[in-house]
Design a protein around this ligand. Structure first.
Ligand code: BTN
Length: 259
């Protein structure tokens, strides 16, 4: 496994238009790249444009308070600080970032499972966790299984079907530095597009990438209640539309499964 080349990444991202990366750091080990940016923000440091990538996380966080398994096996654990003044549209923002990551992967089999899973044929290859801070900034966290093999995974560490980019590429080694550059370029463009037009300009992309459109799904809501119906895409705010029998209804959060 080749280490990530911080200098090559900085050089390529130095002249991006629109969203400017003020600092790109590659670190060997960290508790959580999201937490590190949160600490900076809490201590009053501006995090807009600050990206941190780690080879290993000791306390990686996933959605819904779950841990994100983050061993040092050649995966990608990335966080980017973004100034986003309208905090109420953050749900739509995470979908826009999903589209950016899917584009960066350059593989037509990649799909997005609402709200934040990056999948190959219903197996998860990555996820996105966006957290807001008190200073109208947010932290975009992206985790991708690049080189992880089944033997690298501690028993019960991952509770759903998963895969890795290398496995999907027929065990061909993936150049993580180039991949990371593409992810940063695509997210940079997505941030500019989202700031200008919110989710509107991503609707067509989502439709093309939607892993569950037209399929029967079960949504487990935070209340413990579960609903079942046919998935019908997303609305303008990034909520999922499900027809439970009386036409589409929008749901803003929950854990989605195919049935
Ligand atoms: C999910 O549950 O699908 C979201 C996973 C997000 C994981 C990434 S890895 C980089 C960043 N730092 C974290 O602690 N979490 C996110």
């Amino acid at each position: 496994m080749k280490p990530l080349d911080q200098q090559a990444i900085r050089n390529r991202l130095a002249n991006t238009h629109g969203f400017h990366f003020s600092n790109i750091e590659v670190v060997a080990e960290i508790d959580s790249t999201n937490e590190a940016l949160k600490r900076s923000s809490v201590s009053g440091v501006e995090i807009d444009g600050h990206a941190i990538v780690a080879e290993l996380q000791t306390a990686g966080r996933g959605r819904g308070g779950k841990p994100w398994f983050s061993p040092p096996v050649g995966n990608i654990y990335l966080s980017i600080g973004v100034n986003m003044s309208i905090t109420d549209s953050l749900s739509g923002f995470s979908l826009a970032i999903g589209v950016a990551v899917a584009e960066a992967l350059q593989d037509e089999r990649v799909r997005l499972k609402w709200p934040n899973d990056i999948n190959f044929e219903q197996r998860k290859v990555g996820g996105i966790l966006i957290e807001s801070t008190a200073n109208s900034e947010c932290i975009v966290g992206i985790g991708l299984n690049v080189a992880m093999r089944p033997l690298d995974v501690t028993k019960n560490a991952i509770d759903q079907p998963w895969t890795s980019l290398e496995a999907e590429a027929g065990d061909k080694e993936i150049d993580r530095t180039s991949l990371l550059i593409r992810i940063l370029e695509q997210t940079s463009m997505a941030i500019v597009r989202f700031r200008a037009n919110r989710l509107k300009s991503f609707m067509k992309d989502w439709e093309r990438l939607d892993a569950v459109y037209g399929k029967r799904v079960r949504l487990s809501l935070g209340s413990g209640c579960k609903i079942e119906g046919q998935a019908l895409g997303i609305d303008a705010y990034g909520a999922i539309k499900i027809d439970v029998g009386n036409g589409p209804e929008s749901f803003v959060s929950g854990e989605l499964r195919l049935i």
